[in-house]
Ligand binder design. Structure first.
Ligand SMILES: *Cc1c(COP(=O)(O)O)cnc(C)c1O
Length: 339
């Protein structure tokens, strides 16, 4: 793919138009992952299309660079917004944020609000629609981190509908390239992302902030194709296939002494729940889960699973079906029941 020298700015514009159309958004742009989307999106909110200001990022003292977040929304990717020079302003308290507290915080020093969508409404926090309503009154953009909220696929367009101005997604969650992602958003803000991304550093008027967030053609094309596949695939069949594989593994493990198994769902926020099945959960009498996981990881080939409470979790979504049998065989031997 890197042997076809299509111009990257044209490829980014074309893939962005296509993704905007697919996701029913005014505009879109591929970026190298959701954390880059957050950094570039917040950079766009601070600098807009002002190239001189963009060139100063992240050192923009004097400019509006406040990034408002609700206190209940503390999470690890907020750090990526600060890369752009934003200054964190927390509003509300641990268990509550009111619309008035949010409105009072939105003064002239604020560039954007960051809203992690997977934490929507938690802990007495204001849901996105309420945040967008307050922010809309004073024209402050709301940047939504929806990194893994691309399934069910109807979710993808829901954040713009709820009033978001920019929405960040990671391709790692829709079977795309690990280094891919995209932003959906308002046209002017997506244009500001383009102004500040890596493409203009050598050829444009300004030394852009986004130069280290570089993409190659492979990632751009693969991100768009993975999204197109994701939006058209039969997801019911995808889940049925996971359940069938887990059932087959359970059958093969049924008579192994000292081992019990269950069919479970391992969620994207790493909880084990009942529901549509995508994971094999195993308990071993002989070993606690951490020791068993270490033993499996130390073997050949290494088998990496997630110990959760008293179980080992094998999420089949990330395992090639042709390798399920390797897991079964190794579980037989570590359980002490194999040969
Ligand atoms: C994984 C993740 C990110 C970062 O996405 P990358 O594409 O890996 O940069 C951001 N936010 C959330 C909630 C995530 O789970």
């Amino acid at each position: 793919m890197n042997a076809s020298w299509v111009r990257i700015p044209e490829l980014l514009d074309a893939s962005g138009s296509r993704i905007a159309e697919l996701c029913e958004a005014p505009a879109a742009r591929i970026v190298p992952g959701a954390s880059a989307a957050i950094a570039l999106g917040v950079a766009a909110c601070i600098a807009g299309r002002n190239g001189d200001l963009g060139e100063r990022l992240p050192e923009v003292s004097g400019a509006a660079r406040g990034l408002v977040m609700q206190r209940g929304h503390r999470y690890k990717y907020a750090r990526c917004a600060l890369l752009a020079g934003a200054k964190l302003i927390e509003v509300g308290s641990e268990g509550h944020t009111s619309a008035k507290e949010l409105a009072d915080a939105l003064d002239g020093s604020v560039a954007a609000i960051l809203h992690p969508a997977h934490l929507d409404g938690v802990d007495g926090s204001l849901p996105l629609a309420d945040v967008a309503e307050v922010a809309g009154k004073v024209g402050i953009p709301v940047v939504v981190d929806a990194a893994y909220l691309s399934y069910p696929t109807e979710l993808i367009s829901s954040f713009m509908t709820a009033g978001a101005d920019l929405v960040c997604f990671s391709a790692k969650y829709f079977h795309g390239p690990n280094a891919g992602g995209f932003l959906l958003g308002r046209e002017d803000l997506v244009e500001a992302v383009r102004d500040n991304d890596f493409t203009g550093y050598e050829s444009g008027e300004h030394l852009t902030f986004g130069r280290p967030f570089k993409l190659d053609r492979i990632t751009i094309v693969a991100t768009q194709l993975a999204l197109e596949n994701w939006l058209t695939m039969d997801h019911e069949a995808r889940w049925e296939a996971y359940a069938a594989r887990v059932e087959e593994m359970q059958n093969q493990l049924a008579d192994v002494p000292g081992l019990t198994s269950a069919a479970r769902q391992f969620t994207l926020d790493e909880r084990v729940i009942e529901g549509d099945v995508n994971a094999l959960a195993v308990s071993l009498e002989r070993l606690d889960p951490d020791s068993a996981a270490a033993e499996l990881a130390a073997g050949e080939p290494p088998i990496i699973c997630v110990p959760v409470a008293d179980q080992l979790i094998f999420a089949v979504e990330t395992i090639d079906p042709s390798e399920d049998h390797l897991i079964v065989e190794r579980l037989k031997s570590v359980s002490g029941g194999g040969r």
